[in-house]
Design a protein around this ligand. Structure first.
Ligand SMILES: *[C@@H]1O[C@H](CO)[C@@H](O)[C@H](O)[C@H]1NC(C)=O
Ligand SMILES: *[C@@H]1O[C@H](CO)[C@@H](O)[C@H](O)[C@H]1NC(C)=O
Ligand SMILES: *[C@@H]1O[C@H](CO)[C@@H](O)[C@H](O)[C@H]1NC(C)=O
Ligand SMILES: *[C@@H]1O[C@H](CO)[C@@H](O)[C@H](O)[C@H]1NC(C)=O
Length: 659
């Protein structure tokens, strides 16, 4: 809470928060039920560019590390590609023009929260380190081994992978080495390009083994699940298929059905999904199509171009034989992703939160679950739209290529630091370089490579790794997701189908007295002023706040009242009933002699909380994030700060902050 909040005006003129991402979502975890859903409500409604927006890099750069003279940005170096030279003798060039581990890089922001899972994924080796025996054991199913020595890559191939998965995975790693030359420690790793994870946790005594002979082999692949210890790594499609320009149709103009198209034959659960298709007898609000690859390959894949499929309000994601690369395209669509309860995760999906980024669909009752989701969305269009938007913002902001590289960097860097030996090159190892990969391929493969080639070393450092989850917050994170899914489940159970009046809003979960007392006026109908009522005499800062009250001369957009407990006690406290005070768009919270119990009631109000920079925290307030859960007010210039906040909110009504 005491972090300074930095606001910048973006190029589009919109005020954007620049926040330290570490606190961004770790945070909400400590909330009691009440606040979890407050946060949820808020996230449903807040345009996600506010949540995820801006490039945090600039802020931190400007304030923390670099207080002295602003550095000159390092010069961007381009690494030349000369295939004529390479093809003369097939030797990877040395590129001596690249300074190894350039110290002049600009500092960077904190990485998105899903990076914290790197700590979890490497935990099985945290005590023992990684030995040659462990790596060798992972060879059994690996497609290749990559050795990184002094910043160069060497390849041992064991088995060809499906299509070009392995090619673009190696290509991606080479790009990482170009981006951060000399920054990775020496290491080697086994990579398995097949979908299914194979390192069974059960077999290795879980992820906390202290017994070196019982430690799992470290094996990299694209996905894993709760029963396995495979290390997840970004998939080939970040290089192999480029993100197409996502032609977004406005949400309301889209088809109000749940759409799915794919190959049902790869999994029973997909076959089961076919039953949810519309018939003359029954409409589950789903439109399900089989993909005909043979026909479509003849037509040049026009029909299956995932980017052009963003014309539905709802899109179903359902796993195939394991996880599927299509998930990120579906999430990127601005549609509400109806996610059939997944069994696998890849490197970023553990960062997705039900109801915030997607709507959970029950696996064993798909059709009813889909029907309910679509009806809910069509009757709660703003909330549904926000879920779609939050997901696509997650993909475009937290999963942008810079972060994909940074994820790879941190994963490999942390992995490399666990090494207890220096790898050596066997006689089968061949040097792998951009030239050796690109100079002799043609067609689409070459085109993809040229398009995704990193031009030269990054001028900024990789983002800063967030700390590991402490066990309670990891548990809380999982429990929270679980309870959100449970919630949807219980709504489904209590709703009756066929009627469009599913009048459930997430905040109905608010428990107890708040739920009772809190007659919420829709935000727009509320008083467009900042409201405060309390006892000013307990603190100077509160007395100071009195100056911001409206007068005939000056209107700071604030309406400030003194609490008269004596009078009100006679009237039965009607006036000060906190729950009945939810009739203002903005409510000021200001500390009294120390922190005040009123804060949680104010936060629960659906009003924008204008939080005068606090000096105290209680058990949950450290989880609050400026611009996400509240609007920060300067303590030494309250009136102007309040006036500005209210004006901003009234002119950005959709972006008001809902906690
Ligand atoms: C590429 O290498 C060849 C052979 O060494 C050389 O003649 C040519 O000038 C180089 N091209 C560029 C653009 O540097
Ligand atoms: C370590 O695990 C191996 C294989 O499971 C077992 O044989 C050995 O007794 C264990 N050692 C210790 C010290 O627990
Ligand atoms: C689902 O229903 C639509 C509309 O009747 C139809 O065009 C489509 O082929 C059906 N899909 C499947 C997989 O049967
Ligand atoms: C603030 O202004 C309002 C409207 O003029 C007035 O009713 C209220 O008593 C004032 N509050 C204080 C603390 O003076």
């Amino acid at each position: 809470m005491r972090d300074t909040n930095i606001l910048v005006v973006g190029q589009d003129g919109i005020l954007r928060p620049l926040m330290k991402t570490a606190t961004r979502s770790t945070t909400v975890l400590v909330f009691s039920m009440l606040f979890i859903f407050g946060a949820l409500v808020y996230t449903l409604l807040l345009p996600s560019h506010l949540i995820f927006g801006g490039t945090p890099s600039k802020s931190i750069l400007a304030t923390t590390e670099n207080n002295n003279v602003p550095k000159m940005p390092p010069k961007q170096i381009e690494i030349p590609l000369n295939c004529t030279a390479y093809n003369l003798n097939k030797i990877c060039p040395n590129h001596e023009e690249i300074p190894a581990d350039n110290q002049d890089r600009l500092p960077s922001s904190t990485c998105p929260d899903y990076f914290r899972w790197i700590h979890e994924d490497l935990r099985p080796w945290a005590h023992t380190g990684i030995t040659k025996e462990m790596v060798d054991k992972a060879r059994k199913t690996a497609n290749f081994k990559l050795v990184i020595l002094k910043g160069k890559a060497y390849l041992e191939t064991y088995a060809k992978a499906f299509q070009t998965r392995d090619v673009f995975t190696k290509w991606g790693i080479l790009q990482l080495l170009r981006r951060y030359p000399g920054m990775l420690p020496d290491m080697e790793f086994m990579f398995d390009c097949v979908d299914w994870p194979v390192i069974l946790a059960e077999r290795y005594g879980g992820s906390n083994s202290n017994n070196a002979s019982n430690v799992p082999p470290p094996l990299f692949r694209y996905c894993a699940n709760d029963a396995t210890l495979d290390i997840v790594f970004p998939d080939w499609s970040f290089w192999g298929e480029m993100k197409e320009g996502n032609k977004r149709t406005t949400w309301l103009k889209r088809e109000p059905y749940a759409y799915w198209k794919g190959n049902p034959d790869v999994a029973d659960t997909r076959k089961d999904l076919m039953k949810c298709n519309v018939t003359h007898q029954q409409d589950w609000n789903a439109r399900i199509y089989k993909q005909d690859w043979i026909k479509e390959s003849k037509e040049g894949y026009k029909q299956s171009d995932l980017a052009s499929q963003c014309i539905h309000r709802y899109k179903v994601y359902i796993e195939g034989s394991a996880w599927s690369v299509s998930q990120k395209y579906i999430l990127a669509c601005d549609s509400v992703t109806l996610l059939v309860n997944p069994h696998y995760y890849d490197f970023f999906t553990r960062g997705l939160v039900p109801m915030q980024h997607y709507w959970p669909i029950k696996e064993d009752d798909k059709c009813r679950s889909i029907k309910f989701a679509v009806e809910w969305g069509n009757t709660h269009q703003n909330e549904a739209n926000s879920i779609g938007k939050a997901a696509s913002d997650f993909i475009y902001d937290e999963l942008k290529m810079d972060y994909v590289y940074d994820y790879m960097f941190h994963l490999l860097n942390s992995y490399g630091k666990l090494f207890r030996y220096t790898p050596t090159l066997s006689s089968e190892a061949v040097e792998l370089c951009v030239e050796s990969m690109v100079c002799n391929v043609k067609g689409r493969e070459r085109q993809f490579m040229m398009e995704s080639m990193v031009k030269g070393p990054a001028i900024t450092n990789p983002c800063t790794m967030p700390p590991p989850f402490d066990p309670p917050s990891l548990h809380e994170n999982l429990r929270r997701k679980e309870s959100l899914i449970q919630q949807v489940d219980s709504w489904e159970k209590t709703s009756s189908f066929g009627r469009a009046e599913i009048n459930i809003k997430p905040w109905e979960i608010l428990s107890g007295e708040m739920k009772e007392g809190n007659k919420r006026t829709t935000w727009l109908k509320r008083e467009p002023y900042a409201y405060w009522k309390g006892n000013p005499d307990v603190a100077d800062t509160r007395k100071d706040l009195m100056k911001c009250n409206v007068t005939h001369q000056q209107d700071w957009n604030a309406r400030i009242y003194k609490q008269d407990w004596i009078k009100e006690s006679k009237e039965g406290y009607k006036q000060s009933d906190l729950a009945s005070q939810c009739i203002h768009r903005y409510k000021v919270y200001i500390e009294g002699s120390a922190w005040s119990v009123s804060q949680k009631y104010i936060l629960a109000c659906d009003s924008v909380t204008l939080l005068v920079n606090p000096h105290y925290y209680d058990f949950f307030t450290r989880g609050l994030v400026p611009m996400q859960h509240y609007w920060p007010i300067k303590e030494d210039d309250k009136c102007r700060s309040i006036k500005f906040a209210v004006e901003w909110g009234n002119t950005h009504q959709n972006e008001h902050i809902f906690l």
